[in-house]
Design a protein around this ligand. Structure first.
Ligand code: FES
Ligand SMILES: [Fe+2]
Length: 455
Protein backbone atom coordinates (compact mmCIF):
# COMPACT_ATOMS: atom_id res chain seq x y z
CA UNK A 1 0.00 0.00 0.00
CA UNK A 2 2.81 2.38 0.71
CA UNK A 3 6.16 2.90 -0.92
CA UNK A 4 7.86 4.15 2.19
CA UNK A 5 11.04 2.28 1.38
CA UNK A 6 14.25 4.21 1.26
CA UNK A 7 15.04 5.39 -2.22
CA UNK A 8 18.07 3.48 -3.38
CA UNK A 9 21.21 5.54 -3.23
CA UNK A 10 19.61 8.82 -2.18
CA UNK A 11 19.80 8.43 1.58
CA UNK A 12 16.33 9.95 1.65
CA UNK A 13 13.26 8.70 3.41
CA UNK A 14 11.34 7.49 0.41
CA UNK A 15 8.03 8.78 -0.80
CA UNK A 16 4.54 7.82 0.21
CA UNK A 17 2.30 6.46 -2.48
CA UNK A 18 -1.01 8.03 -3.30
CA UNK A 19 -3.05 5.64 -1.20
CA UNK A 20 -1.14 6.51 1.96
CA UNK A 21 -1.24 10.22 1.17
CA UNK A 22 -4.99 9.94 0.72
CA UNK A 23 -5.31 8.09 4.03
CA UNK A 24 -3.31 10.76 5.87
CA UNK A 25 -5.48 13.50 4.34
CA UNK A 26 -8.51 11.58 5.60
CA UNK A 27 -6.92 11.37 9.07
CA UNK A 28 -6.46 15.14 9.14
CA UNK A 29 -10.03 15.80 8.03
CA UNK A 30 -11.33 13.30 10.56
CA UNK A 31 -9.33 14.86 13.41
CA UNK A 32 -10.88 18.25 12.71
CA UNK A 33 -14.21 16.56 13.50
CA UNK A 34 -12.83 14.61 16.45
CA UNK A 35 -12.55 11.24 14.74
CA UNK A 36 -9.77 8.83 13.88
CA UNK A 37 -9.56 5.62 11.88
CA UNK A 38 -8.65 2.59 14.02
CA UNK A 39 -6.29 1.49 11.26
CA UNK A 40 -3.60 3.77 12.77
CA UNK A 41 -3.28 1.32 15.68
CA UNK A 42 -2.22 -1.73 13.68
CA UNK A 43 -0.88 -1.42 10.16
CA UNK A 44 2.49 -2.67 8.88
CA UNK A 45 2.77 0.09 6.25
CA UNK A 46 2.05 2.83 8.75
CA UNK A 47 4.54 1.24 11.11
CA UNK A 48 7.27 1.26 8.44
CA UNK A 49 6.46 4.87 7.62
CA UNK A 50 6.72 5.80 11.32
CA UNK A 51 10.21 4.31 11.52
CA UNK A 52 11.26 6.21 8.38
CA UNK A 53 9.53 9.52 8.97
CA UNK A 54 9.11 9.94 12.73
CA UNK A 55 11.87 7.98 14.45
CA UNK A 56 14.47 8.90 11.83
CA UNK A 57 13.55 12.59 11.83
CA UNK A 58 12.40 13.63 15.31
CA UNK A 59 14.48 14.17 18.43
CA UNK A 60 14.05 10.93 20.41
CA UNK A 61 14.89 10.40 24.09
CA UNK A 62 17.77 7.95 24.63
CA UNK A 63 18.64 8.24 28.31
CA UNK A 64 19.57 10.42 31.28
CA UNK A 65 23.00 11.94 31.89
CA UNK A 66 23.15 10.15 35.26
CA UNK A 67 23.24 6.79 33.44
CA UNK A 68 26.63 7.54 31.84
CA UNK A 69 28.40 9.91 34.29
CA UNK A 70 32.03 8.98 33.52
CA UNK A 71 34.18 8.63 30.38
CA UNK A 72 33.81 5.10 29.04
CA UNK A 73 30.32 4.56 30.47
CA UNK A 74 27.79 3.16 28.02
CA UNK A 75 24.27 1.74 27.84
CA UNK A 76 22.36 0.16 24.96
CA UNK A 77 19.43 2.20 23.70
CA UNK A 78 16.90 2.38 20.86
CA UNK A 79 15.71 4.94 18.38
CA UNK A 80 12.62 3.36 16.92
CA UNK A 81 13.70 -0.25 16.46
CA UNK A 82 17.39 0.47 15.82
CA UNK A 83 19.80 -0.42 18.60
CA UNK A 84 22.46 2.11 19.56
CA UNK A 85 25.29 2.44 22.06
CA UNK A 86 24.86 5.59 24.16
CA UNK A 87 28.42 6.29 25.32
CA UNK A 88 30.41 8.99 27.05
CA UNK A 89 33.69 9.03 25.17
CA UNK A 90 37.19 9.67 26.51
CA UNK A 91 36.73 13.43 25.93
CA UNK A 92 33.51 13.39 27.96
CA UNK A 93 31.31 13.89 24.88
CA UNK A 94 28.08 11.92 24.59
CA UNK A 95 27.89 9.75 21.46
CA UNK A 96 25.11 7.65 20.03
CA UNK A 97 26.59 4.89 17.87
CA UNK A 98 24.67 2.39 15.79
CA UNK A 99 25.46 -0.97 17.37
CA UNK A 100 26.29 -2.67 14.08
CA UNK A 101 29.75 -3.28 12.73
CA UNK A 102 30.40 -1.72 9.33
CA UNK A 103 32.19 -4.93 8.23
CA UNK A 104 29.34 -7.48 8.34
CA UNK A 105 26.83 -5.78 10.62
CA UNK A 106 27.39 -7.85 13.76
CA UNK A 107 26.44 -6.04 16.98
CA UNK A 108 29.76 -4.83 18.40
CA UNK A 109 28.46 -4.47 21.96
CA UNK A 110 26.48 -7.24 23.61
CA UNK A 111 26.34 -6.01 27.20
CA UNK A 112 23.47 -3.79 28.26
CA UNK A 113 25.82 -1.43 30.07
CA UNK A 114 29.40 -1.09 31.18
CA UNK A 115 32.56 0.96 30.87
CA UNK A 116 35.07 0.63 28.07
CA UNK A 117 37.31 2.79 25.92
CA UNK A 118 36.80 0.54 22.85
CA UNK A 119 34.31 -1.88 21.35
CA UNK A 120 35.68 -5.00 19.68
CA UNK A 121 33.41 -6.72 17.21
CA UNK A 122 33.02 -10.42 18.08
CA UNK A 123 32.86 -11.56 14.42
CA UNK A 124 36.27 -10.68 12.90
CA UNK A 125 37.65 -8.47 15.64
CA UNK A 126 37.44 -4.94 14.22
CA UNK A 127 37.94 -2.39 16.98
CA UNK A 128 36.22 0.98 17.42
CA UNK A 129 36.88 3.76 19.93
CA UNK A 130 33.98 4.69 22.19
CA UNK A 131 33.70 7.85 20.09
CA UNK A 132 32.91 5.59 17.12
CA UNK A 133 36.16 5.90 15.15
CA UNK A 134 37.70 2.86 13.50
CA UNK A 135 40.73 1.89 15.58
CA UNK A 136 42.14 -1.28 14.12
CA UNK A 137 41.62 -4.87 13.06
CA UNK A 138 43.42 -8.18 13.48
CA UNK A 139 46.39 -8.52 11.10
CA UNK A 140 45.89 -4.94 10.07
CA UNK A 141 49.37 -4.60 8.49
CA UNK A 142 48.62 -7.50 6.14
CA UNK A 143 44.87 -7.24 5.80
CA UNK A 144 44.04 -3.52 5.72
CA UNK A 145 47.19 -1.61 4.67
CA UNK A 146 45.30 1.18 2.90
CA UNK A 147 41.91 1.23 4.60
CA UNK A 148 40.38 4.71 4.91
CA UNK A 149 40.12 4.72 8.69
CA UNK A 150 38.15 7.98 8.75
CA UNK A 151 35.47 6.36 6.56
CA UNK A 152 34.87 3.16 8.46
CA UNK A 153 33.82 4.16 11.95
CA UNK A 154 30.52 3.14 13.53
CA UNK A 155 27.58 5.12 12.22
CA UNK A 156 26.85 8.01 14.58
CA UNK A 157 23.69 9.96 15.26
CA UNK A 158 24.42 13.36 13.71
CA UNK A 159 22.83 15.21 16.64
CA UNK A 160 22.92 14.39 20.35
CA UNK A 161 22.03 16.99 22.99
CA UNK A 162 20.50 17.19 26.44
CA UNK A 163 18.11 19.43 28.34
CA UNK A 164 17.71 19.26 32.13
CA UNK A 165 19.64 15.98 32.09
CA UNK A 166 17.43 14.32 29.47
CA UNK A 167 19.47 13.14 26.50
CA UNK A 168 17.85 13.18 23.07
CA UNK A 169 19.24 12.22 19.67
CA UNK A 170 18.14 13.01 16.15
CA UNK A 171 19.16 10.92 13.14
CA UNK A 172 18.31 13.65 10.65
CA UNK A 173 21.38 15.71 9.68
CA UNK A 174 19.09 18.67 8.91
CA UNK A 175 17.37 18.67 12.30
CA UNK A 176 16.47 21.86 14.14
CA UNK A 177 18.35 22.28 17.46
CA UNK A 178 16.94 20.33 20.43
CA UNK A 179 15.80 23.45 22.28
CA UNK A 180 13.85 24.59 19.25
CA UNK A 181 12.31 21.12 18.90
CA UNK A 182 11.26 21.07 22.57
CA UNK A 183 10.05 24.68 22.37
CA UNK A 184 7.86 25.66 25.31
CA UNK A 185 8.28 22.23 26.85
CA UNK A 186 11.62 23.55 28.15
CA UNK A 187 9.72 25.88 30.50
CA UNK A 188 7.94 22.89 32.04
CA UNK A 189 11.05 20.69 32.12
CA UNK A 190 12.63 23.48 34.20
CA UNK A 191 9.87 23.36 36.81
CA UNK A 192 10.00 19.56 36.95
CA UNK A 193 13.75 18.82 36.82
CA UNK A 194 15.51 22.17 37.38
CA UNK A 195 14.68 22.89 41.01
CA UNK A 196 18.30 22.77 42.12
CA UNK A 197 21.80 22.49 40.76
CA UNK A 198 22.17 18.81 41.68
CA UNK A 199 19.10 17.77 39.70
CA UNK A 200 17.60 14.30 39.48
CA UNK A 201 19.10 10.95 38.63
CA UNK A 202 17.82 7.67 37.28
CA UNK A 203 17.24 5.35 40.25
CA UNK A 204 18.96 2.38 38.63
CA UNK A 205 18.41 0.82 35.23
CA UNK A 206 15.14 1.34 33.36
CA UNK A 207 12.54 -1.39 33.78
CA UNK A 208 11.40 -2.87 30.46
CA UNK A 209 8.57 -5.09 29.40
CA UNK A 210 6.56 -5.95 26.31
CA UNK A 211 3.00 -4.66 26.02
CA UNK A 212 0.54 -6.11 23.47
CA UNK A 213 -0.53 -2.69 22.19
CA UNK A 214 0.54 -0.02 19.74
CA UNK A 215 3.12 2.47 21.04
CA UNK A 216 0.89 5.42 20.17
CA UNK A 217 -1.72 4.38 22.75
CA UNK A 218 0.77 5.15 25.53
CA UNK A 219 1.93 8.42 24.00
CA UNK A 220 -1.59 9.78 23.53
CA UNK A 221 -2.71 8.63 26.98
CA UNK A 222 -0.01 10.59 28.79
CA UNK A 223 -0.42 13.69 26.64
CA UNK A 224 -3.87 14.37 28.00
CA UNK A 225 -6.02 11.44 29.09
CA UNK A 226 -7.03 12.31 32.64
CA UNK A 227 -10.56 11.14 31.88
CA UNK A 228 -9.71 7.43 32.05
CA UNK A 229 -8.46 7.49 35.64
CA UNK A 230 -11.91 7.35 37.30
CA UNK A 231 -12.77 4.30 35.20
CA UNK A 232 -9.69 2.28 34.25
CA UNK A 233 -8.11 2.89 37.65
CA UNK A 234 -11.33 2.74 39.67
CA UNK A 235 -10.08 -0.18 41.76
CA UNK A 236 -7.51 2.17 43.29
CA UNK A 237 -10.36 4.31 44.51
CA UNK A 238 -12.20 1.21 45.73
CA UNK A 239 -9.33 0.18 48.00
CA UNK A 240 -8.73 3.76 49.18
CA UNK A 241 -5.38 4.30 47.52
CA UNK A 242 -6.83 7.29 45.64
CA UNK A 243 -9.16 8.78 48.25
CA UNK A 244 -11.27 10.72 45.73
CA UNK A 245 -10.80 9.27 42.28
CA UNK A 246 -13.19 11.71 40.61
CA UNK A 247 -10.74 14.56 41.26
CA UNK A 248 -8.40 12.97 38.74
CA UNK A 249 -10.55 14.48 36.00
CA UNK A 250 -12.49 17.27 37.73
CA UNK A 251 -9.43 19.07 39.10
CA UNK A 252 -6.79 18.39 36.46
CA UNK A 253 -6.37 20.42 33.29
CA UNK A 254 -4.45 20.45 30.04
CA UNK A 255 -1.66 22.50 28.57
CA UNK A 256 -1.22 22.15 24.81
CA UNK A 257 2.11 23.11 23.28
CA UNK A 258 3.33 23.46 19.72
CA UNK A 259 4.93 20.41 18.13
CA UNK A 260 2.51 17.81 19.44
CA UNK A 261 3.85 18.07 22.99
CA UNK A 262 1.34 18.37 25.81
CA UNK A 263 0.85 18.12 29.56
CA UNK A 264 -1.68 17.23 32.23
CA UNK A 265 -1.42 19.62 35.20
CA UNK A 266 -2.81 19.44 38.73
CA UNK A 267 -3.51 22.01 41.43
CA UNK A 268 -1.89 21.61 44.82
CA UNK A 269 -2.65 18.14 46.11
CA UNK A 270 -1.25 18.06 49.66
CA UNK A 271 -1.69 20.49 52.58
CA UNK A 272 1.04 22.09 54.67
CA UNK A 273 3.72 21.20 55.57
CA UNK A 274 4.03 19.81 52.03
CA UNK A 275 5.31 22.59 49.81
CA UNK A 276 6.12 23.19 46.15
CA UNK A 277 5.56 20.17 43.97
CA UNK A 278 3.88 18.45 46.95
CA UNK A 279 7.30 17.64 48.38
CA UNK A 280 7.85 17.53 52.18
CA UNK A 281 10.05 20.15 53.90
CA UNK A 282 13.13 17.89 53.99
CA UNK A 283 13.08 17.94 50.19
CA UNK A 284 11.84 21.49 49.47
CA UNK A 285 14.62 22.81 51.72
CA UNK A 286 17.11 21.52 49.13
CA UNK A 287 15.48 23.44 46.25
CA UNK A 288 16.83 26.71 44.91
CA UNK A 289 13.92 28.38 43.14
CA UNK A 290 16.04 31.43 42.30
CA UNK A 291 17.17 29.42 39.29
CA UNK A 292 13.70 29.85 37.80
CA UNK A 293 12.03 32.92 36.35
CA UNK A 294 9.17 34.75 38.07
CA UNK A 295 6.44 32.92 36.16
CA UNK A 296 7.97 29.52 36.84
CA UNK A 297 8.19 30.33 40.55
CA UNK A 298 4.58 31.52 40.48
CA UNK A 299 3.57 28.18 38.91
CA UNK A 300 5.23 26.22 41.72
CA UNK A 301 4.23 28.56 44.53
CA UNK A 302 0.60 28.42 43.37
CA UNK A 303 0.82 24.70 44.03
CA UNK A 304 0.59 23.58 40.41
CA UNK A 305 2.33 20.47 39.26
CA UNK A 306 2.71 18.40 36.12
CA UNK A 307 1.21 14.96 36.59
CA UNK A 308 1.94 13.77 33.07
CA UNK A 309 3.33 14.80 29.72
CA UNK A 310 4.30 13.51 26.33
CA UNK A 311 7.14 14.95 24.30
CA UNK A 312 6.48 13.99 20.69
CA UNK A 313 6.94 11.28 19.66
CA UNK A 314 7.40 8.78 22.49
CA UNK A 315 8.66 10.14 25.80
CA UNK A 316 6.24 10.59 28.68
CA UNK A 317 6.40 11.40 32.36
CA UNK A 318 4.33 10.59 35.39
CA UNK A 319 4.74 12.56 38.61
CA UNK A 320 2.42 12.54 41.63
CA UNK A 321 2.40 11.82 45.35
CA UNK A 322 1.91 8.13 46.02
CA UNK A 323 2.31 5.34 48.50
CA UNK A 324 2.51 1.58 48.55
CA UNK A 325 -0.25 1.28 51.13
CA UNK A 326 -3.50 2.98 52.05
CA UNK A 327 -2.75 5.90 54.36
CA UNK A 328 0.99 5.65 53.77
CA UNK A 329 3.38 8.56 53.42
CA UNK A 330 2.60 10.34 50.11
CA UNK A 331 6.02 10.45 48.44
CA UNK A 332 6.13 12.29 45.14
CA UNK A 333 7.33 9.78 42.59
CA UNK A 334 8.60 10.62 39.16
CA UNK A 335 8.96 8.22 36.24
CA UNK A 336 10.12 8.81 32.71
CA UNK A 337 8.34 6.41 30.39
CA UNK A 338 9.12 5.57 26.81
CA UNK A 339 6.91 3.78 24.29
CA UNK A 340 9.32 1.87 22.04
CA UNK A 341 7.73 0.47 18.88
CA UNK A 342 8.21 -3.26 18.29
CA UNK A 343 6.17 -3.83 15.21
CA UNK A 344 2.66 -2.41 14.72
CA UNK A 345 0.96 -4.45 17.44
CA UNK A 346 3.27 -4.40 20.40
CA UNK A 347 5.68 -2.06 22.09
CA UNK A 348 8.38 -2.25 24.71
CA UNK A 349 7.74 -0.03 27.68
CA UNK A 350 10.83 1.48 29.31
CA UNK A 351 10.35 3.05 32.72
CA UNK A 352 12.91 5.12 34.63
CA UNK A 353 12.01 6.02 38.25
CA UNK A 354 13.85 9.26 39.01
CA UNK A 355 15.00 10.63 42.39
CA UNK A 356 16.53 13.90 43.59
CA UNK A 357 20.27 13.85 44.19
CA UNK A 358 19.72 16.29 47.07
CA UNK A 359 16.89 14.43 48.84
CA UNK A 360 17.33 12.30 51.97
CA UNK A 361 17.79 8.57 51.16
CA UNK A 362 14.64 7.65 53.11
CA UNK A 363 12.54 9.94 50.93
CA UNK A 364 14.13 8.63 47.75
CA UNK A 365 13.47 5.05 48.81
CA UNK A 366 9.81 5.86 49.51
CA UNK A 367 9.60 7.65 46.16
CA UNK A 368 11.17 4.73 44.29
CA UNK A 369 8.90 2.20 46.03
CA UNK A 370 5.84 4.26 45.13
CA UNK A 371 7.04 4.53 41.51
CA UNK A 372 7.47 0.77 41.18
CA UNK A 373 4.15 0.17 42.92
CA UNK A 374 2.28 2.47 40.54
CA UNK A 375 3.95 2.22 37.12
CA UNK A 376 6.52 -0.58 37.43
CA UNK A 377 6.09 -3.77 35.36
CA UNK A 378 3.48 -5.08 37.80
CA UNK A 379 2.36 -1.64 38.98
CA UNK A 380 -1.24 -1.17 39.99
CA UNK A 381 -1.75 1.66 37.47
CA UNK A 382 0.35 -0.04 34.84
CA UNK A 383 -1.72 -3.19 34.69
CA UNK A 384 -4.95 -1.21 34.28
CA UNK A 385 -3.58 0.77 31.33
CA UNK A 386 -1.93 -2.01 29.41
CA UNK A 387 -5.05 -4.19 29.55
CA UNK A 388 -7.27 -1.55 27.96
CA UNK A 389 -4.75 -0.61 25.26
CA UNK A 390 -4.94 -4.16 23.86
CA UNK A 391 -8.00 -3.12 21.88
CA UNK A 392 -5.95 -1.00 19.48
CA UNK A 393 -4.20 -3.85 17.64
CA UNK A 394 -7.43 -5.88 17.65
CA UNK A 395 -9.54 -3.27 15.92
CA UNK A 396 -6.68 -1.89 13.83
CA UNK A 397 -6.31 -5.15 11.90
CA UNK A 398 -10.04 -5.83 11.66
CA UNK A 399 -11.26 -5.74 8.05
CA UNK A 400 -14.75 -5.00 9.35
CA UNK A 401 -13.59 -2.09 11.49
CA UNK A 402 -11.57 -0.67 8.61
CA UNK A 403 -14.66 -0.39 6.45
CA UNK A 404 -15.93 2.72 8.17
CA UNK A 405 -15.38 2.61 11.93
CA UNK A 406 -14.05 5.77 13.56
CA UNK A 407 -12.78 6.29 17.08
CA UNK A 408 -14.32 9.24 18.94
CA UNK A 409 -12.03 12.14 19.90
CA UNK A 410 -14.76 14.77 20.20
CA UNK A 411 -14.59 15.65 23.89
CA UNK A 412 -13.96 19.38 24.19
CA UNK A 413 -14.84 20.19 20.57
CA UNK A 414 -17.42 22.84 19.68
CA UNK A 415 -19.15 23.26 23.01
CA UNK A 416 -19.27 19.52 23.64
CA UNK A 417 -18.01 19.89 27.23
CA UNK A 418 -16.92 22.19 30.04
CA UNK A 419 -13.61 22.97 28.48
CA UNK A 420 -12.58 26.61 28.16
CA UNK A 421 -9.29 28.48 27.82
CA UNK A 422 -7.80 29.19 31.24
CA UNK A 423 -7.55 32.97 31.56
CA UNK A 424 -4.22 34.58 32.45
CA UNK A 425 -2.23 31.37 32.44
CA UNK A 426 1.23 32.17 33.80
CA UNK A 427 3.10 29.71 31.60
CA UNK A 428 3.51 29.06 27.90
CA UNK A 429 1.02 27.03 25.90
CA UNK A 430 -2.75 26.90 25.89
CA UNK A 431 -4.13 25.90 29.28
CA UNK A 432 -7.69 24.65 29.69
CA UNK A 433 -10.08 25.02 32.60
CA UNK A 434 -10.61 21.29 32.92
CA UNK A 435 -9.55 17.90 31.60
CA UNK A 436 -12.92 17.28 29.92
CA UNK A 437 -11.35 17.58 26.52
CA UNK A 438 -9.24 15.67 24.02
CA UNK A 439 -7.51 18.63 22.41
CA UNK A 440 -4.03 17.49 23.46
CA UNK A 441 -4.69 14.04 22.03
CA UNK A 442 -6.04 15.45 18.76
CA UNK A 443 -2.98 17.70 18.45
CA UNK A 444 -0.65 14.79 19.13
CA UNK A 445 -2.32 12.82 16.32
CA UNK A 446 -2.29 15.88 14.08
CA UNK A 447 1.46 16.18 14.58
CA UNK A 448 1.79 12.44 13.90
CA UNK A 449 -0.10 12.70 10.64
CA UNK A 450 1.91 15.75 9.53
CA UNK A 451 5.18 13.99 10.31
CA UNK A 452 4.14 10.99 8.24
CA UNK A 453 2.99 13.15 5.35
CA UNK A 454 6.13 15.32 5.26
CA UNK A 455 8.85 14.61 2.75
S1 FES B 1 31.40 -8.15 11.34
FE1 FES B 1 32.53 -6.94 12.68
S2 FES B 1 34.58 -7.42 12.25
FE2 FES B 1 33.49 -8.52 10.77
FE1 LIG C 1 -3.67 5.23 33.31
Amino acid sequence: MVAADRQAGTGGYGSLNGTMQAFLSEVQKDLAQGMLSPRVLNDPDIHRAELDRIFTKCWVFVGHVSEIPSPGDYVLRYVGEDQFILARDEQGEIQLLLNNCVHRASPVCRAEKGNTSHFRCPYHGWIYKNSGEWNGAPHRAKAYRTIDTARWGLRKAPHVDSYQGLIFACLDPDAVPLREYLGDMCWYLDVIFGLNEQGMRAAGDPHRWIVPANWKSGAENFVGDAYHVQSAHSSLGDIGLIPDNSKSVTETFHIALEGGHGLIAIPKALPEPFGVGNYPPEVTSTFDLDRLDDDQRAFLESGYGVVGFTIFPNLSLFQAPGSTEVGGFPAVNTSLRQWQPRGPEQFELWNWPMVWNSAPPEFNQASYDAAVFSFGPSGVFEQDDTVVWRGGPMVGRSAFARQDMKLNFQMGLDGMSDYEPRPDWMGPGEASTSAFGERNQRRWWQRWSEALASS
